[in-house]
Design a protein around this ligand. Structure first.
Ligand code: ATP
Length: 586
């Protein structure tokens, strides 16, 4: 097939914004294309060469394309750059400068689809030293024979910016129009949702018809499009929607992964189906050890844990450090990542996506031996509002965002690629961002673990309650200490050491060491949250909770100029919370 045929289709697609019209235009093209071409054309339409989850990506940098265009047309790079600034779209720029070029070039051979696709494949695999030149040569070779409008789309494809606005669902509509009935569209969509490979589904549809599509099964190595949740803001409404009772799980605040285990290998995919395996060698190791079966697809949330405070950490915090002082190995030692598993989609040759929630959950429980690195999400089946509220507070106490409610009815399958009310998120409604530092008093400490063995691993920090003349805890502080400060802390704190909790300190937490309030440190946190664990301003906002500073970090400043009673007060913290409060769940 000539590349021109696809390009004509793209031109027609670009001229419309109507999804219905787009589907008709695509269907027309699909009917004409051979199965193999159809598959590849679908990837190209999305600005890709392969499905999302393949590691090879095109994504050529604009700069390199610019150089290639200059090379092919003989124009100055700076002149093309100027045009790009004006137009914004390198595809349009390519088309314009090719119109000029055409007058000087002799007749060239029309491009076939296959030739363009193969050239793009070679562009994507050129790696290593001199790869930029190699990419440029491969691309120039095909651009030399391109017409202006072909150059426009080759430029867009190679930079991954198609701008056609064709969503996967529109492609599915088109496939149904071309090869199936309206009723059969669901089977095509389901095949896509469990394989994440629209090109493959299309090829099977043209070669083997709908029967072939129905035979596409969940397969280890083909990520399944993730199931998503709706949201609601009251436990009563959630319970009502769920028919009176449902499962509630902790909602962890980390990175969702879909783990594919098989053939002695573990592959981790992100929510957007990118391969994340290389980023989590520790998760791969602990999951291989924990899984007792042969093949499986599981889902869970990866959350880094601070060994020294025992609390979850935000991901940015960890990645930020990886590049700096510590290497990956050290970061893994200090902040090991825990995988909290919440679903099982495939087990030992069996598709589990159609099984109801409780069956999937019990199968998950029996195929995994939990460890420090792999746990199952905390889960409780509940049917009353108070129970849900209590579990919600426990989730917050343990550093989670809230709860995920999950239907336990017979219809509670894993709906790949769908957002619906079978899962409902119930998040902490309010969060207050911190943008000012606070001065907190050290009232306790915890013994160090890992590389902090022999030092304090974390400190228990408090605000001052002026009215009652007491020190109320707000957080465990483990971040922001360099080695020198870690070594300095024990002698500095020695003179404040007391054998048990000081009578001026209110704490629900049992520390390993206690101090008379004395040393004041400057701390910056990410946010102030409601917490049932900490005692600062307890009962002021909610009768059963105080305030906590989440993800606190020592700024490096010891406030020797301040006595403990000059530290930030609980009242001030409450005001800060109120001032910066914003509804997050919108
Ligand atoms: P969404 O995923 O709904 O588009 P989002 O990316 O903003 O929205 P959230 O609204 O925070 O994410 O909630 C959904 C995410 O919560 C899931 O994609 C998953 O990563 C995470 N999660 C944490 N704990 C669980 C759990 N127990 N069950 C399911 N998902 C969980």
């Amino acid at each position: 097939m000539l590349f021109r045929v696809l390009v004509d289709t793209y031109e027609r697609l670009e001229a419309t914004t109507s999804r219905l019209e787009m589907a008709d235009i695509l269907a027309e093209f699909f009917r004409e294309a051979e199965p193999e071409v159809l598959r590849k054309a679908i990837y190209l339409t999305q600005g890709q060469l392969y499905p999302d989850f393949y590691p090879q990506k095109l994504g050529m940098a604009d700069k390199l394309l610019l150089r290639t265009l200059a090379f092919v047309t003989g124009m100055k790079e700076s002149a093309i750059q100027e045009l790009q600034l004006k137009e914004g779209d390198l595809g349009v720029v390519a088309e314009r400068i090719f119109q000029g070029k055409r007058q000087t070039t002799l007749f060239s051979e029309p491009l076939t689809f296959q030739r363009v696709y193969s050239a793009l494949e070679r562009v994507s695999v050129s790696e290593g030293g001199g790869s930029q030149d190699a990419k440029m040569k491969q691309l120039a070779e095909v651009l030399n024979d391109a017409s202006p409008v072909e150059a426009k789309y080759i430029s867009r494809i190679v930079t991954g910016k198609m701008r056609l606005g064709v969503a996967a669902m529109t492609v599915i509509d088109a496939l149904a129009i071309a090869f199936a009935t309206k009723e059969e569209r669901d089977s095509v969509e389901r095949a896509f949702n469990i394989s994440s490979d629209l090109g493959m589904v299309a090829e099977v549809l043209t070669r083997s018809g709908l029967e072939g599509v129905k035979n596409i099964h969940v397969t280890v190595g083909n990520p399944i499009r993730v199931m998503l949740a709706e949201r609601m803001s009251s436990p009563v409404d959630i319970l009502e929607r769920m028919g009176g009772s449902c499962a509630f799980e902790y909602k962890y605040d980390g990175v969702r992964v879909q783990a594919h285990i098989g053939g002695g290998k573990v592959t981790l995919y992100s929510r957007r189906l990118e391969d994340l395996t290389g980023q989590f060698p520790d998760v791969v190791r602990s999951l291989s050890a924990a899984f007792k079966g042969t093949t499986a697809i599981m889902e869970g949330e990866c959350v880094p844990v601070d060994l020294n405070t025992g609390e979850f950490l935000p991901f940015q915090e960890v990645s930020h450090r990886r590049g700096r002082k510590h290497g990956l190995e050290e970061a893994m030692e200090d902040y090991p990542v825990r995988l909290c598993l919440f679903d099982l989609l495939f087990l030992d040759g069996q598709d589990m996506t159609e099984a109801p929630y409780l069956r999937r959950r019990s199968a998950l429980q029996s195929c995994v031996e939990t460890s420090e690195g792999v746990r199952l999400s905390e889960m409780r089946v509940l049917d009353d509002e108070n129970g849900v509220q209590a579990f919600f507070m426990e989730a917050l106490r343990d550093g989670c965002e809230g709860l995920m409610a999950k239907s336990i009815g017979t219809e509670s399958q894993y709906r790949a690629g769908n957002r619906g009310f079978l899962w409902i998120k119930y998040k902490k409604e309010y969060r207050s961002e911190m943008n000012d530092t606070v001065d907190l008093v050290v009232v306790g400490a915890f013994a160090g673990r890992g590389r902090r063995k022999g030092f304090y691993g974390a400190l228990l920090m408090a605000t001052y309650n002026e009215t009652e003349d007491r020190f109320e805890t707000v957080s465990k502080l483990g971040s922001g200490f360099d080695d020198a400060m870690l070594a300095e802390l024990p002698p500095r704190l020695e003179r404040h050491r007391v054998p048990e909790r000081h009578h001026l300190v209110s704490s629900n937490i049992q520390a390993d060491f206690w101090f008379e309030p004395g040393l004041v440190l400057e701390v910056l946190g990410a946010e102030i949250t409601v917490s049932p664990t900490h005692t600062a301003a307890f009962g002021k906002l909610r009768k059963d909770a105080g305030l906590a500073i989440r993800f606190p970090r020592f700024t490096g400043k010891v406030r020797d100029d301040k006595g403990p009673r000059e530290a930030t007060t609980s009242e001030e913290l409450l005001l800060m919370y109120g001032r910066q409060l914003k509804k997050v769940d919108e």
